[in-house]
Design a protein around this ligand. Sequence first.
Ligand code: NDP
Length: 297
Amino acid sequence: MSADVIDGKAFAGRVREKVAAHVAQMKADHNITPGLAVVLVGEDPASQVYVRSKGKQTVEAGMNSYEHKLDADTSEEVLLAMIDKLNADPAVHGILVQLPLPSHLDEDLVINRIAPEKDVDGFHISNVGLLGTGQKSMVPCTPLGCLLMLRDYHGSLSGMNAVVIGRSNIVGKPMAQLLLNDSCTVTIAHSRTKNLADVVRGADIVVAAVGRPEMVPGDWIKKGASVIDVGINRIEGEGGKTKLVGDVDYESCASVAGAITPVPGGVGPMTIACLLANTVTACCRINGLPESEDFSS
Ligand code: NDP
């Protein structure tokens, strides 16, 4: 195995330390404590775990965490009224509605009700438009985490060929936009892409965000390329135990890549770290304070 391993867990720890230091400074200098409100509708077990973890890390970074749990049959009217209240609350600088929502609720309507400056997930249509036009926006956490790791490893990404596999609104599209804004030459691949192997072979940077276990083999990877594996897939491992794998075949890709993120311990930990970072950024913007360069897009 020759690739450098990009340790997302360690990097996320450093991001969280910088967030905590920034929060401490805001408290000391301005008596402002950033606050993150997370709204969970229903009892999806995976969502409950995520929300708990977000709340815990928010508090550990010195910020205020507000958790709002609503019943699975909550009406759209009640949910929208809660968002309106959080939008108007000066103690709340970031609002996150945990997805997926129960099927009777319109996700687009709900997300677009969040005040864009408090939209720490970066899914509001205004933030999507701002990112798309290269303006200051709130940036979705997972692609922001990937970008920060790539910048940390390479310094400048300018002129590199990047292939993003996956075109979802939460990962693939914003990832491609961020790489374009950093002057990469970007290709977005998806389920209808022809000759995907050849497309990927031309890439200096490969970001896989597909949701198909170990789909990308090592012989698709250009020697020395950087491979960022966003995928989180649960498969049956040895002795019938559940095992977590990414969208790339780690062993074969690591033998040709220059750098690679593992699963687990790569992109995953960066997502919550970037949520905390986005909350601090939102708080700075709302209060007209300088933002940290360390976690801006
Ligand atoms: P989506 O299902 O929304 O999107 C998957 C994308 O992959 C689609 O654009 C789809 O193409 C494309 N795709 C599917 N099959 C193929 C194929 N055979 N060849 C090429 N492209 C294909 O997934 P998400 O973007 O939400 O998530 C992707 C992965 O990342 C998942 O494993 C998810 O669990 C993980 N994830 C991890 C996060 C983290 O914190 N680490 C956060 C978010 C997601 P098409 O549009 O044509 O259907």
